[in-house]
Design a protein around this ligand. Structure first.
Ligand SMILES: [Zn+2]
Length: 331
């Protein structure tokens, strides 16, 4: 091989290597972009005429984390997942550290479901009977898991000394119809709401998310009808994610045909503010006799909101007792 040929071959191989490296970088960048775009987050927007408020949320990892922490059955994964997704949509309309607590108390096998979220994107919740199931073969539906009963929504707002609570009867037990009913009856806001938790044939959470559109007074009826049709066409949020849609695409689809602007977006997580210190603080409030009884053995305490287990050592309880005795002497 002459020198010229060698140079050509080397040149070609360098170009191939460069192209390969470039492709590798592009692949990494596109994987990073995809990972970023598919993270759990909420996006809020408003139509340009100011009459329709919209929020979309992806909660796939939030629901997976709830399932893992609480050991949820498929039924409780779907229903608690819908509640966690719905409460985040409600909380996305708040300010700062304001928060919303959703409590569903039906006569179905799931018992009580609570879900709580704040504007910072922290979501937590639990279901009273996490292993509850329904018999689909006997014709039972998901909403039978919740049954009939009450739904209440409590909002802790900066401007109010006490939480504001509204309660309505469960109309369907499917959670989205019930929240929609609450918003109409208690807050007089006509809303369209879609909550979805998709489960794979293997029983894993495939995708979860929600959309809410709320009409303000004076909203053009044709816009309300249009978003209603748009939401019906979306049908299953988890299916949209499976087909490669991002949460941004859901927002576009929900408001298709109506000009809008995005207001804010931020990540959301399953997150509980419980801690060892907080549990110790609660123990300190117990009657003296209870503490005396507990002081000889380690105490295992479980946070019902997130199933985190905290072990309180006997010495820590003895310290609490000493503190209490000191206070009594001072008094
Ligand atoms: Zn907790």
């Amino acid at each position: 091989m002459n020198l010229c040929a060698i140079l050509v071959v080397k040149g070609a191989s360098n170009t191939a290597a460069r192209l390969w490296k470039k492709k590798d970088i592009m692949d990494k960048k596109s994987a990073q972009r995809k990972a970023f775009m598919t993270k759990d987050r909420v996006i809020r927007g408003i139509t340009e005429d100011g009459f329709l408020k919209v929020a979309v949320v992806k909660t796939t990892d939030v629901v997976k984390e709830a399932q893992r922490r609480h050991g949820l059955s498929l039924l409780s994964t779907v229903m608690l997942g819908r509640a966690l997704t719905g409460v985040m949509l409600l909380a996305s309309d708040l300010k700062g550290e304001e928060r919303v607590l959703l409590r569903i108390e039906g006569d179905g096998p799931l018992g009580i479901i609570t879900a709580e979220a704040n504007r910072a994107g922290e979501i937590r919740g639990f279901v009273q009977h996490p292993s509850a199931m329904i018999n689909i073969n006997a014709g039972e539906k998901l909403e039978d898991g919740v049954g009939r009963g009450l739904l209440s929504v409590s909002k802790t707002l900066f401007s109010e000394a006490k939480p504001i609570t509204g309660t309505v009867e469960l109309t369907q037990g499917d959670i989205h119809s019930d929240i929609t009913q609450y918003l109409y009856q208690s807050e007089q806001v006509p809303s369209a709401l879609l909550l979805d938790v998709g489960i794979t044939p293997e029983g894993e959470v495939e995708g979860a998310g929600g959309i809410i559109i709320q009409a303000l007074p004076g909203a053009p009826i044709e816009h309300i009808e249009k978003v209603g049709e748009n939401i019906q066409a979306i049908h299953s949020i988890s299916e949209q994610f499976r087909e490669g849609d991002y949460i941004d695409t859901l927002m576009e689809k929900a408001l298709e045909g109506i000009p809008y602007k995005e207001l804010i977006r931020y990540p959301v997580h399953f997150f509980c503010r419980c801690s060892h210190k907080r549990f110790l603080h609660s123990l300190a409030m117990l009657p003296l006799a209870d503490l005396e009884e507990m002081q000889h053995e380690p105490q295992e305490l479980v946070c019902h909101n997130c199933s985190e287990v905290y072990t309180i050592a006997p010495e820590e309880i003895q310290n609490l007792l000493e503190e209490r005795q000191k206070q009594q002497t001072l008094n």
